[in-house]
Design a protein. Structure first.
Length: 234
């Protein structure tokens, strides 16, 4: 087993008038050798958008895009006629497929929105563009790791066009422990809070652990509790 830790301070940083974004992997003009992704996960952007700001209409192709709001509300429109206002605990998946255009704007004119956007490669190119959202707050309230987005048919998760990828999430109470998945590539991102892996690795807000070797590991939340986003992929 290998565990590579990326500290929050080591992430790429985009800071402009309306956007404060931290990138776990190469993105846009940011590039570092060996940072093109982990397993099937290509993008893990931790975005804070100011009141009234957002990403105007732009296009994507052949990508499975999952958006997860941590605080505030994010409004989505796309060229397929889909519309949604995302809030904490509402999972969103957009399949770009053969091509889609969309916008993502802060739904508030007074408060910022904080969200994580994640991209994984699909297993089939050129599918019909699609959109799905699902409220998973009830499942998260258990404190367990629950499927948020899945290409393996997990009940309660939004679906992915990628049979070898699952996004798990948890709101882990202080001092509680969850078992992590044991797939070939496991990317543990601490979106909020802090905790420690069972091998002794300490993780704070914005840190991630890239785990290979398919060995059992646990995460125990610290005094603040923790919100985890965990990708398990081939």
């Amino acid at each position: 087993m290998t565990i590579a830790v990326q500290r929050a301070s080591d992430r790429f940083h985009t800071d402009i008038d309306w956007l404060d974004s931290k990138h776990s992997f190469n993105f846009g003009t940011h590039f570092r050798e060996g940072e093109s992704g982990f397993g099937l996960l290509l993008v893990n952007n931790d975005d804070k958008v100011a009141a009234g700001g957002g990403f105007g209409t732009h296009g994507h192709r052949d990508m499975e895009i999952v958006t997860w709001v941590l605080s505030g509300k994010l409004e989505h429109h796309d060229s397929e006629g889909n519309h949604g206002v995302l809030y904490p605990g509402l999972a969103q998946r957009m399949s770009a497929g053969r091509g889609i255009r969309h916008s993502e704007m802060n739904a508030s004119t007074t408060e910022p929105v904080h969200f994580v956007q994640m991209w994984v490669l699909p297993d089939t190119a050129g599918v019909d563009p699609g959109y799905e959202q699902r409220d998973v707050n009830e499942a998260l309230a258990t404190g367990n790791l629950v499927p948020i987005a899945s290409g393996k048919g997990h009940d309660g998760a939004v679906s992915l066009h990628q049979r070898d990828a699952v996004l798990w999430g948890a709101r882990v109470p202080a001092g509680s422990t969850v078992d992590l998945p044991t797939d070939e590539h496991v990317h543990v991102f601490v979106a909020l809070g802090d905790g420690v892996l069972s091998d002794g690795t300490s993780l704070q807000t914005g840190d991630s652990a890239r785990i290979t070797g398919q060995q059992p590991l646990q995460f125990t939340a610290g005094a603040e509790g923790a919100e985890l986003l965990v990708w398990a992929t081939a």
